[in-house]
Design a protein around this ligand. Structure first.
Ligand SMILES: N[C@@H](CCC(=O)N[C@@H](CS)C(=O)NCC(=O)O)C(=O)O
Length: 198
């Protein structure tokens, strides 16, 4: 299995996922600031937009941190990073797994880009709605699904870590800090953070 990645990018999410799984994988560095590196044909076969992270696994070629986490969690059920298909937790798991790329990240774009909020038209609602929803969700704890850590925590935890601690875009709330602390205490998070620092 090959993971195309670059330091200090969203690829940290896929690296964290791999480290949680503990399966062998090869990291292939793509320099996203270098067009020659981004043009690597094997990488582009997995990532048509030239974005990291991307994954090569047998004949499977996919990109996007959310898709990669979802795929790997299902491929390696023994790691118990996803509720089984048919279990009552599966729906909430998918909802929160997708929340990062469908709501948190576009809302960060709204905030960064100074876009006027339009909660009716924008699929992510607004930056404020996103934060309020997330605060309620992580307050319950310890994890986004309750007692069980899942790949959804990798997606949400890394996004919150970016927004609150790295970019300091989101306000530091005790519930956010406690949740990020729980994520940061995981050895796989620590290994991924070290790798992603470059
Ligand atoms: N939705 C994607 C976003 C990936 C993404 O935008 N990656 C950035 C780095 S953080 C990238 O590869 N940028 C290079 C480019 O677009 O040229 C994911 O979550 O994996």
């Amino acid at each position: 299995m090959k993971l195309y990645w670059c330091e200090r990018t969203r690829a940290v999410r896929a690296v964290w996922m791999m480290e949680e799984l503990g399966v062998p994988y090869e990291r292939v560095r793509i320099d996203i600031r270098d067009e020659k590196s981004r043009a690597n044909p094997a990488f582009r076969a997995a990532s048509p937009m030239g974005k990291v992270p991307a994954l090569e696994d047998g004949t499977v070629r996919i990109w996007d941190s959310g898709a990669i986490c979802a795929y790997l969690a299902d491929q390696y059920p023994a790691a118990k990073l996803a509720p089984a298909i048919g279990s009552p937790e599966r729906g909430a798991y998918l909802m929160w797994l997708m929340y990062t790329n469908s709501v948190i990240e576009p809302a960060m774009g709204e905030k960064f880009g100074g876009l006027k909020p339009n909660t009716v038209s924008y699929g992510w609602g607004s930056w404020d709605q996103m934060l309020a929803t997330l605060r309620t969700a992580v307050e319950r704890g310890p994890w986004i699904l309750g007692e069980t850590f899942s790949a959804a925590d990798i997606a949400i935890g890394s996004a919150l870590n970016f927004a609150v601690r790295l970019f300091k875009m989101a306000p530091s709330r005790p519930s956010f800090e406690r949740y990020i602390d729980r994520c940061a205490a995981r050895p796989a998070f620590q290994r991924a953070t070290e790798i992603a620092a470059g």
